[in-house]
Design a protein around this ligand. Structure first.
Ligand code: PHE
Length: 474
């Protein structure tokens, strides 16, 4: 079950860690985590999130890295090589990244537009639109959105074409520290605004009353679980794929812990950057999550900061852009590695440039549908429009339901059955313990992957289906 030769590899362990953190840190950390934390119990939510990360997220992260490294293949190859019964799960994990790219590239295009909006304002001081005017104007100009979506995909294309070391690792070793520094600058500005403390209180104030009913507890658990999965890029291919390029010398458990902790810290930091400012300057009815947080509320925040506002706007949208690119390239790499491995299996050396072009074009087609749709404002037909639920009011929500709502929790559930019961946790241990590495906490890992992860994943799948299709289950 050895991987193929000459596939490429990470230049260093730190390069791999930066790339994995880059995949994990994305739009989910910025517009999902802070608001969910504030709304679902503040500090109480954070505790649940951390516990879930430790017993579920970490176990899957270790398993995925070990599976990828053991086979030295992308997702499809890995499942094929490891399992008889779960062979087909790889297809779920390749379907999800492809679908996510449709809306990720559209949103990446929006970030580019807002970056340039603020740049123009800083340079000429002539842009005086509210966040809502900018957002509505952007959405009702599908050609503009399409153009910026294309630019975003082209940027990702060039990075992925550069290969694991020459493209992805290079981008992330520069991008991640830059993102961190930008985040700190924005946090300092945000928490020192007058009225910032309200945002801090919203985000951190512990509210254990959410746990006083069963339905409240389940809703916190499902929100925290779904968020954690998306945020850590689990069950969607990037971690298996990135793991397949990792040297046998590296300690998978230590790496997994670092990735999970860094992702959680960045999510909390993102909250410190966006919520205090939104409370201080966003106005009474400011939207605090989703695309409106990024593109309406925060644009209003920057507009009301006076002369320097657009400079903070440039820094902030630059930061979001880095986060979006570093996640998008990990999704594109899942597909690229699949085709590269396929070529190698036939004894040919895959042509990365050509493969990446085809993938970019395929992504472009689906992304154009989402970007033309303008969050449902441009009247495009969405599949199953008449079914109940919130998933079919726009292409963005439809694609989210397919990937995040179904493919991801289903793949993670099946993967834990495969690792826990078919392959047995020892297979993961043997891979972790290469080159004399130790697997501290193996007993705990084994218990989690066999019993806790499948139950939690089934539960998350159920919660996601109910919320997508508007089913009131309790
Ligand atoms: N983890 C990214 C985020 O938080 C999104 C993502 C999901 C990236 C799955 C890759 C794979 O936004």
């Amino acid at each position: 079950m050895e991987g193929q030769k000459n596939r490429g590899s990470w230049g260093s362990n730190i390069g791999f860690i930066m790339a994995a953190i880059g995949s994990a840190v994305g739009l989910g950390n910025i517009w999902g985590f802070p608001y969910k934390m504030g709304e679902k119990g503040g500090f109480a939510f954070l505790l649940v999130y951390i516990i879930l990360s430790l017993v579920v997220g970490l176990a899957i992260m270790i398993s995925e890295l070990a599976m990828g490294r053991k086979t030295g293949l992308g997702v499809i190859g890995t499942y094929n090589a490891l399992s008889k019964r779960f062979k087909w799960v790889g297809w779920l994990s390749i379907f999800a990244p492809f679908i996510i790219m449709s809306f990720y590239s559209t949103l990446g295009g929006y970030c580019l537009q807002y970056f340039f909006l603020n740049l123009a304002d800083f340079g000429f001081g002539i842009v005086s639109v509210s966040g809502k005017q900018a957002f509505d104007g952007m959405l009702s100009n599908p050609i503009g959105c399409a153009l910026f979506t294309v630019i975003f995909i082209v940027i990702c294309y060039f990075i992925v074409r550069g290969g694991i070391q020459g493209g992805i690792e290079k981008f992330n070793t520069f991008g991640m520290p830059a993102l961190f520094i930008l985040l700190i600058v924005i946090i300092i500005r945000s928490v020192t605004l007058e009225g910032a403390s309200e945002g801090l209180e919203f985000m951190f104030k512990p509210d254990f009353s959410q746990f006083s009913t069963l339905s409240g507890t389940l809703s916190v658990l499902s929100a925290a679980g779904g968020q954690m999965f998306f945020s850590l890029s689990l069950a969607m291919g990037p971690i298996i794929t990135y793991g397949s390029y990792l040297s046998k010398k590296e300690n998978l458990v230590k790496n997994s812990i670092v990735i999970v902790i860094a992702d959680t810290i960045v999510a909390i930091m993102a909250g410190l950057a966006v919520l205090p400012a939104s409370f201080a300057l966003g106005g009474e009815s400011a939207t605090l999550s989703g695309p409106e947080l990024l593109f309406v509320t925060l644009q209003d925040v920057f507009a009301s900061m006076g002369k320097l506002g657009s400079l903070f706007g440039i820094l902030f949208y630059g930061l979001v852009l880095i986060a979006a690119i570093s996640s998008a390239i990990s999704l594109m790499e899942v597909l690229t590695t699949f085709f590269m491995d396929k070529a190698q299996a036939k004894g040919k050396q895959g042509n990365r440039s050509k493969i990446t072009i085809y993938i970019s074009l395929a992504v472009l087609v689906e992304a154009l549908i989402v970007s033309f749709d303008g969050m449902g404002t441009n009247g495009l037909w969405v599949p199953f429009q008449n079914l109940p639920g919130s998933f079919n009011d726009s292409w963005l929500n439809f694609m989210t339901m397919l990937s995040e709502g179904i493919a991801m929790p289903l793949a993670a559930f099946l993967m834990s059955l495969m690792v826990g019961w078919e392959l047995k946790p020892k297979t993961i241990k043997d891979e972790v313990c290469q080159h004399g590495n130790k697997f501290y906490g193996y007993g705990f890992f084994s218990f989690c992957i066999k019993f806790i992860v499948p139950v939690v994943m089934l539960f998350i799948l159920f919660g996601q289906i109910c919320s997508s299709f508007g089913i009131n289950w309790l």
